[in-house]
Design a protein around this ligand. Structure first.
Ligand code: FAD
Length: 515
């Protein structure tokens, strides 16, 4: 074992989509970060297949969003959006329960620029985020596994195993982020409990290629719940043409994922598609658990949980990876400000208080939608009124309960404290948005140029006349926005002493426990 530990401000454990996103965000804030991932490379299986507007906009500044929007198709705004079906097999007529798959509430149609929903698999997103994170300076180590951890008051010491050489070394970090997935060994080691419905079933998924264009031309589907008595499962389309994922349930007491061979899946797929001569190209299987579990604490001392380590939810709604990336954006700027000495460590407490309620509400939403697919729970779950999926992803508010009221629409978010700051195009060509101003510093946005004189070091001033309407400000008002694009403070009219009011707001935000 190397004698001198590697010293780094932040160690991230887990180099999947959430660990990689956090690596990118921290590196862009100038924070040296080391990320260890026990696998040799990024994900092979798509799992998450779509990224919501709020998530995509977090990748705008690094250039990743532009790449995603070029690569991914845009299902949400397609002329003919893919259907969600309940069918005996793909050639059978739709069953009436198809209606129940609508996640609740009328879909929100208001535009949410500047970013678009991107229909792209996690397997294709991860390499893009990885290379952007490395370009920004992150040290990302594949085939390196955290095998031991000591947490102290002033930092953590991790023992890491380099799997290819069998060498072990120590990493000493001021903060550790556990992005080590649903079965987080770090969460277990630190004794963090979880709440929620727990396990709702076990599945094994098969990724396969097949030409289903005959079916797709007639009835384009993105999601199909198959009720065939011998092949019940769920089939979803991926963003890669002719590539699908088919998941079937299994009972872990009596079966194992390895019971589902390529041959067995071929038989099941022929029944599920209603195409007895189908020749699917098998690309692999992976087991997964349908579960709703949310950590009761998102941090313990200097250790933070992000992504599935903090919240596991059924894939219904397509939320999991999106919520995790949004965790990363919330945490990155707070760690950066604290490490630079611009904020007190107390700022980090708001990571739990802000993200845990959002994760719990989103996981509960996903769980109810999943229960609507099960005959035994369908009727009761249908009666639960849920906010729109789009609102769950982008209209939530920090510091209020419930974080997303059932009747909320995107339009209701107009610069309120705790909400994502409204977007306004800054140029006629629609290339730059106010969202792009919110990146590495606090920003004061106002229609009134007189606020410029009130701004002190560490705050950037943006004079945007249109902010009066979009942020619901009077002509002399202003809003203070955080680097993760959330409104920290709003003055609808000018305070008596602008500089004093702004300084007090910055102090409350960055030094919350200092009176
Ligand atoms: C079938 C399915 C469909 C889904 N569909 C969607 C969807 O449409 N939209 C959506 O947003 N989400 C979806 N999800 C959820 C999404 O895939 C997860 O939320 C996401 O992968 C979580 O990312 P993560 O980085 O937090 O954790 P993970 O992807 O689980 O990654 C954790 C990483 O940590 C590594 N690790 C663990 N322990 C250690 C250690 N000791 N040392 C080093 N490395 C370690 C692991 O190797 C792993 O790579 C779906 C999931 C499934 C199963």
């Amino acid at each position: 074992m190397a004698s001198e530990p590697l010293q780094v401000p932040v160690l991230i454990v887990g180099g999947s989509i959430v660990g990689l996103s956090l690596s990118l965000f921290l590196a862009r804030h100038g924070v040296p970060v080391c990320t260890v991932e026990r696998h040799h490379k990024t994900a092979l299986h798509p799992r998450a297949r779509g990224f919501h507007e709020r998530t995509v906009e977090l990748f705008r500044a690094s250039g990743v969003a532009a790449q995603l929007q070029e690569l991914g198709s845009v299902a949400a705004s397609a002329q003919r959006p893919p259907l969600s079906l309940v069918v005996r097999d793909l050639r059978s007529p739709s069953e009436p329960q198809s209606q129940a798959l609508a996640p609740g509430g009328a879909p929100v149609r208001e535009a949410f620029p500047p970013s678009r929903f991107v229909y792209l698999g996690q397997d294709r997103l991860e390499p893009i985020v990885l290379s952007a994170a490395r370009a920004a300076g992150a040290d990302i180590r594949f085939a390196h596994e955290l095998v031991d951890l000591t947490v102290e008051a002033d930092g953590v010491t991790a023992q890491v195993l380099a799997r290819d050489t069998d060498q072990r070394y120590h990493v000493r970090a001021q903060y550790l982020v556990a992005a080590d997935g649903a079965r987080s060994s770090i969460r277990t080691r630190l004794g963090v409990t979880q709440s929620g419905r727990g396990s709702m079933g076990h599945s094994v998924a098969c990724l396969f290629d097949a030409d289903l264009s005959e079916i797709q031309n007639e009835r384009p589907f993105g999601f199909a719940q198959i009720t065939h008595p011998e092949a019940a499962g769920v089939m979803v389309q991926t963003d890669v043409p002719n590539r699908y994922i088919y998941s079937v349930g299994f009972d872990p007491e009596t079966q194992s994922p390895s019971d589902f061979s390529e041959q067995r899946f071929r038989t099941l797929l022929r029944l599920a598609t209603g195409m007895p001569a189908l020749q699917p190209v098998h690309r692999g299987t992976f087991p997964w658990e349908v579960a709703e579990r949310v950590a009761d604490r998102f941090s313990v001392g200097r250790v933070f949980f992000a992504g599935d380590a903090a919240h596991q939810m059924p894939p219904t709604g397509g939320f999991g990876a999106n919520v995790g990336i949004q965790d990363a954006a919330n945490l990155a700027w707070k760690l950066a400000f604290v490490l630079r000495g611009d904020a007190s460590p107390g700022l980090l407490d708001s990571y739990h208080s802000e993200r845990q309620p959002v994760a719990a509400a989103t996981a509960a939403h996903a769980a109810v939608t999943a229960l609507r697919m099960v005959p035994a729970t369908r009727d009761a779950a249908r009666d639960i009124v849920l906010p729109d999926v789009a609102c769950m992803m982008r209209a939530y508010r920090y510091g209020v309960a419930p974080v997303v009221p059932v009747q909320m629409s995107d339009a209701a978010v107009s610069g309120e404290v705790g909400s994502r700051a409204p977007h306004i195009w800054l140029d006629a060509e629609h290339t730059r948005s106010t969202i792009d101003l919110y990146d590495r510093t606090l920003v004061l946005i106002s229609p009134d140029a007189r606020w410029r004189a009130a701004v002190s070091t560490g705050v950037t001033f943006a004079h945007v006349p249109e902010s009066a309407a979009a942020y619901q400000l009077g002509p002399e008002g202003a809003a203070l926005v955080r680097p993760d694009m959330f409104v920290a403070e709003r003055w609808q009219a000018a305070p008596g002493d602008r500089a004093a009011a702004l300084a007090a707001a910055v102090r409350r935000l960055l030094h919350p426990h200092n009176g």
